[in-house]
Ligand binder design. Structure first.
Ligand code: HTL
Ligand code: MG
Length: 628
């Protein structure tokens, strides 16, 4: 039995001797590699944070202290150490552990999270609450260099320096976001080099560390000049300029040294940043060699690991279309907030480097930079996940829509996203975009239609959002941009005729509608590819003939597509019956999207049931009585 077998809680780690910590870290790393082989998940980040995790739990008790992990994707070790080891093999699957820290899952998870850059502001709030109540606990925020590119994180640092409340900020710097990290601060941080005298002192052992610490403890007093500069190099240190005490950078894989500093820092007044250098994927050859491929890993054979490639994805269809569009029109740009891989832009970034922009994890900056480009006559496409555009919402209204600018929002991962779960569900975009004056919204049924709509959007101008789901799609055949299908703007497409009822579906839900309809001559199926504007002419025809309607959407019902149809029919008066299928008022956790669509009532079975309620289906007798 190893040490890990005796660890059920953060307090158990605290009871280990410091010289046992390396052993625990080694066991923890092996366990994470084993678990992820079965489950996939955020392997590389969790591996890079192993020593940090062990040191944090050695010094702090996460059941009492608040350890606020940014994004929460690096916390597999934290979960294993805090009583969830047995359940790890269920991570990110239906009913299993979440992939991120989640307060409803464990009292050791200080924050429910999944989006980046929130840890510092949340930790500040917790520290202020602690101070207000005179409570004894520690607050520690752990933030990656990628997450630190977000405006929220930087603004919170500024406030933390101002409030000067006691807390520890661990900057886990691996020089990587999902891909290479970007931004000027990223370069500056790298120049905060370890001074040679410090390395010498370190190599002399623990006693020397104590020696070194003393000037910091007497912060602001007659500290040795050189040491002071190391611990708190006022001259060129951006964190110092923001009012933080700064320690580092130190080796983030030396668990004893990490524990030493964390323990010292918790005794200090005010906010202290500990800058630790780590390697993403640390301790697992393939993941170290290619941390991008192993950021979000699929399942693998631990002995002979291969990061499994996916088939052709909607994101690939977008990336391919974007290259063609950018080569066709030299005013086309693509902007990504740190999602080059996920948004299918690897090839684009190489082939059109001058009109490619990765702004870091800063969705607000992505949107407003697009506004600036558009104001000067360029044609930016903001490639963004539905869930992350939430971070750029004010910018959509205030910077893009008010000016009616030619900005295309290429919205990926719209709908349920699967394993990432409730923090990443892309099910609000229709509701938050529909009210924005002048902004149009389309949702293609396949890659070919996506292409036509994107070209149409760039030609027409104005703010236009085009949304598609996560997952596979059949590639559109190669063709020059001029030969792409014209999609008549604002129109829907009847993909199957029917006499008695019409199912209005779009995007990934269209196949469900077709499956539900089967060959039934009574059921029409419509590709409702524009959510704003709706196809008013077609809706009028259905309404005039009193045809009952079913709307289907991979989105919340409040404010969604069905709501748009209901508003239209209500405003018109004399509306036909309408059944809206989609997500009712709930947060949808991680799970298999196809199973979830069915469970939430908008898969094929749910659509069949809706048809039956409208008098078209196997349960016709009951439904006929209901019929007007
Ligand atoms: N935008 C926002 C607001 N939140 C998230 N989570 C993303 C995008 C996507 N994302 C991640 S993890 C990650 C990004 C961009 C990189 C974080 O880099 P960091 O950590 O340096 O902070 P590292 O991976 O360990 O190096 C997820 O969605 C999981
Ligand atoms: Mg990083």
């Amino acid at each position: 039995m190893g040490l890990l077998d005796h660890i059920q809680s953060s307090a158990d780690v605290g009871r280990l001797r410091r010289d046992e910590l390396p052993q625990l870290a080694a066991e923890l790393r092996a366990e994470i590699i084993d678990v992820c082989a079965v489950t996939g998940g955020h392997l590389a980040s969790s591996l890079g944070a192993v020593e940090l995790t062990v040191a944090l739990h050695a010094v702090h008790d996460s059941s009492r202290d608040r350890i606020v992990w940014d994004v929460g994707h690096q916390t597999y070790g934290h979960k294993i150490l805090t009583g969830r080891r047995e359940r790890m093999r269920s991570i990110r699957t239906s009913g299993g552990l979440a992939g991120f820290t989640t307060s409803s899952e464990s009292a050791d998870d200080a924050l429910t999270v999944g989006h980046a850059s929130t840890s510092l502001a949340a930790a500040l709030g917790m520290a202020l609450a602690r101070d207000a109540r005179g409570a004894p606990y520690d607050v520690v925020a752990v933030i990656g260099d990628g997450a630190l590119t977000g405006g929220m994180a930087l603004a919170a640092l500024n406030q933390i320096g101002h409030q000067a409340t006691r807390m520890t900020i661990v900057l886990n710097d691996n020089e990587m976001s999902i891909s290479e990290n970007v931004g000027a601060l990223n370069g500056t941080m790298r120049r905060l080099q370890v001074q040679p005298w410090f390395q010498r002192a370190e190599s002399r052992g623990k006693a020397a560390l104590e020696d070194l610490w003393s000037p910091l403890a007497e912060f602001g007093s007659r500290a040795k000049k050189a040491a002071r500069r190391f611990f708190d190099p006022a001259s060129n240190n951006p964190f110092h300029a923001m009012g933080l005490r700064y320690v580092g950078p130190i080796d983030g894989h030396d668990v004893e040294q990490l524990a030493f500093y964390l323990a010292k820092i918790r005794e200090l007044e005010g906010p202290t940043m500990l800058h630790v250098l780590t390697r993403k994927g640390k301790g697992y050859g393939v993941a170290e060699a290619d941390p991008i491929a192993w950021h979000g890993a699929g399942k693998y054979d631990p002995i002979n690991p291969v990061s499994a490639g996916k088939g052709y994805q909607w994101s690939d269809a977008f990336g391919d279309a974007a290259i063609d569009l950018a080569k066709h029109d030299d005013r086309v740009w693509v902007i990504t907030p740190a999602m080059r891989e996920g948004s299918g832009l690897v090839r684009y970034s190489r082939e059109v480097p001058r009109r490619y922009l990765d702004v870091g994890i800063a969705e607000d900056v992505a949107v407003t930079t697009a506004a600036g480009l558009a104001l000067r006559g360029e044609k930016p496409i903001v490639a963004i996940y539905s869930t992350f555009l939430q971070r750029g919402y004010d910018q959509v209204i205030h910077d893009v829509a008010l000016e009616g600018l030619d900005v295309v929002f290429a919205i990926d991962r719209a709908g349920l996203v699967g394993a990432d779960g409730m923090t990443h569900q892309g099910v609000y975009d229709l509701a938050y975009l529909r009210p924005v004056p002048g902004l149009q919204i389309a949702a293609p049924k396949d890659a070919r239609e996506m292409r036509g709509i994107l070209r149409g959007a760039l030609e027409r101008g104005g703010p236009i959002a085009v949304r598609w789901p996560r997952g596979g799609v059949v590639p559109a055949p190669d063709a020059p941009v001029d030969a792409w299908d014209d999609v008549p703007w604002g129109t829907w497409e009847v993909v199957k005729d029917g006499t008695d009822v019409a199912v209005l579906a779009f995007g990934a839900t269209l196949p469900y509608a077709l499956t539900a309809a089967g060959g039934d001559p009574r059921v029409a199926v419509v590709n409702a590819r524009f959510v704003k504007p709706l196809d008013a002419a077609m809706l009028e025809r259905f309404a005039d003939s009193g045809t009952p309607l079913v709307t289907v959407e991979d989105h919340v019902l409040h404010g969604g597509f069905g709501a748009a149809v209901a508003e239209f029919l209500s405003d018109r008066g004399g509306a036909p019956r309408l059944v809206r299928l989609g997500i009712d008022d709930q947060h949808v956790p991680h799970g298999d999207p196809v199973a979830q669509h069915e469970a939430l009532g908008y898969g094929p079975e749910g659509i069949r049931a809706a048809l039956a309620r409208l008098g078209v289906g196997p349960s016709a007798p009951v439904a006929v009585a209901e019929r007007r």
